[in-house]
Design a protein around this ligand. Structure first.
Ligand code: AMP
Length: 282
């Protein structure tokens, strides 16, 4: 496994692979790797000759009062995990390498896709995501890239970006990986105090209750949203950012469920913002 900190180095590695007609699979991450990340790598591994993982805590996708500085990092552990999964190359640039002085180009997916959910609560977040994903796609030139359904809106934004900017890259989605108690794996779970960690699975439980309501015939989003809010308020200590029922493709809120819907939750436990979602079908 090679570890490249410079764009030139990973570019050469990828262009050499291409010249040898090898296919490149790509998994972008912000590091502090967990089983959610390794599941993406395991999905990618058998589909490509060369598997590239990037580890970069991207400052442009964090708001001014968010956790960029304290975001957990552990280079040695991450590299060991990549090695074990059979990654061929890790690209881990520093901030200056990706955003040198004078950097001034940003990619913005406009419209409804970025208007609701995290697009509403984290202004500029998807602009940062779209910019870094575009840069990484240009550098790595993968045949396909794998993204997790945990960040469902991000996945939809990346699909749109690839369509709109004509990237010849297949976007593969990967199901949410959860801890045994249902909490969606996240690098940010590291922030949780033992007490917060204990109550955190209530988010997934509230989503399961919502899914059950839909299965029992409930179609009104307001009723479903209230049930989730009530459950989380009962569980205590959650500060709800949003609970929404949206169209899984367009991310627009839907009021009456027909066909498929995505139920998405973002809530703070102390200073930690957790997100989760579930798909429902009528
Ligand atoms: P991050 O390092 O949080 O930016 O995540 C990198 C990639 O891993 C994204 O495509 C995420 O959607 C995905 N991911 C993070 N957590 C999970 C999880 N629990 N299950 C599946 N994919 C995940």
């Amino acid at each position: 496994m090679i570890v490249a900190e410079k764009i030139d180095e990973i570019r050469k590695f990828c262009s050499d692979a291409k010249r040898e007609r090898k296919t490149i699979g790509f998994v972008p991450t912000m590091g502090y790797l967990h089983k959610g990340h390794t599941s993406l790598m395991e999905i990618a591994r058998p589909k490509c000759d060369i598997l590239v993982v990037s580890i970069f805590v991207n400052p442009t996708q964090f708001g001014p009062n968010e956790d960029f500085e304290r975001y957990p990092r552990n280079k040695e552990r991450d590299l060991k995990i990549c090695e074990e999964v059979g990654v061929d190359a890790v690209f881990m640039p520093n901030v200056k390498e990706m955003y040198p002085d004078g950097y001034s180009t940003y990619v913005n997916v406009e419209g409804d896709l970025t208007r609701y959910l995290c697009g509403a609560s984290r202004p500029g977040h998807f602009r940062g995501v779209s910019t870094i994903v575009t840069k990484l796609f240009n550098i790595i030139t993968p045949d396909f890239a794998v993204f997790g359904e945990k960040d469902a809106q991000q996945l939809a934004v990346v699909r749109q970006l690839v369509r709109d900017l004509n990237f010849p890259i297949e976007i593969v989605s990967a199901p949410i990986v959860r801890d045994t108690d249902g909490l969606a794996m996240s690098s940010r779970n590291e922030y949780l105090t033992p007490r917060e960690r204990e109550i955190a699975p209530a988010i997934y439980k509230s989503l399961l209750i919502a899914k059950e309501l839909v299965e029992e015939g409930e179609r009104n989003s307001d009723v479903i949203i209230s049930a989730i809010r009530d459950y989380l308020e009962e569980a205590g200590e959650f500060k709800i950012d949003y609970v929404q029922v949206v169209n899984p493709q367009t991310m627009e809120p839907i009021h009456q469920i027909s066909n498929k819907a995505l139920i998405a939750v973002a809530a703070f436990l102390g200073k930690t913002r957790l997100i989760d979602n579930i798909m429902v079908e009528t």
